[in-house]
Design a protein around this ligand. Sequence first.
Ligand code: GLU
Length: 269
Amino acid sequence: MKRWGIVLLALVFVGGLSAAAWGDTLADVKAKGVLVVGIKDSAPPFGFIDQTTREIIGYDVDFCKAIAKKLGVKLEIKAVTSATRMPQLAAGNIDLIAATMTITAERAKQIDFSYTYFLTGQKFLTKKGTVNALVDLVGKKIGTAKGSTSEQNAAKALPTATILSFDDYPSAFLALQQGKVVAVTTDESMLAGLLGKAPNKEAFEIPDIRISDEPYGLGIRKGDKGLLDAVNATLLEMEKSGEAAKIFGKWFGPKTDTPLQRTFKIMAQ
Ligand code: GLU
């Protein structure tokens, strides 16, 4: 009897390691009264520092505020980058990733994703008049961020280009301004965010060259079903109530410096 008990315990431990190592995040979050999320602090308008309050604000922040409110807990933000977001989640330093993160099959082997809460596609930011088509970028130096789908997609679309991966996109944009790269590549929504905040925006453009679809999901530890269900239910409610569209309008509406069309609706997938 005792032996079977040990075998059973071992099976439960090994089988459930990914989720069970952290137990039930939803219950933990409710018990501690705080939802700790990983958000970018240099990816306007998704997550960036408000110059007056010094707080991180943006589209990703507003979604997390709504989720924390729904769970009846406080929100705590930890800054992450493209490269650190998954390791931070795996280490248990954050409960949720809300950081411009594309849902991919490769990533879904390691973490679970919520329903798509933003949809965009990968493009290029260049000096005005220098790039009209993908062929103009063949063999050139292109800047992007480490740990992103952007670097993978760019390497695939432009195999002879030199892809320089920076810690974040503002650093890649600086390299463009200094003439160290001829383009910055990532999601159109993020390029619009970089351009929107640039003092010399007339010098740059985003040519109509789209190399991928990038649906964003919120990242949750694998098998952490309680939190995943709560997050998805909140996203659907936000779509239904109009709150999701309102948040989109706040950051991407016609009066913002990053006007974009809302080409998606949040739905069960
Ligand atoms: N959405 C893409 C990704 O998840 C590019 C933007 C980013 O680096 O977060 O990799």
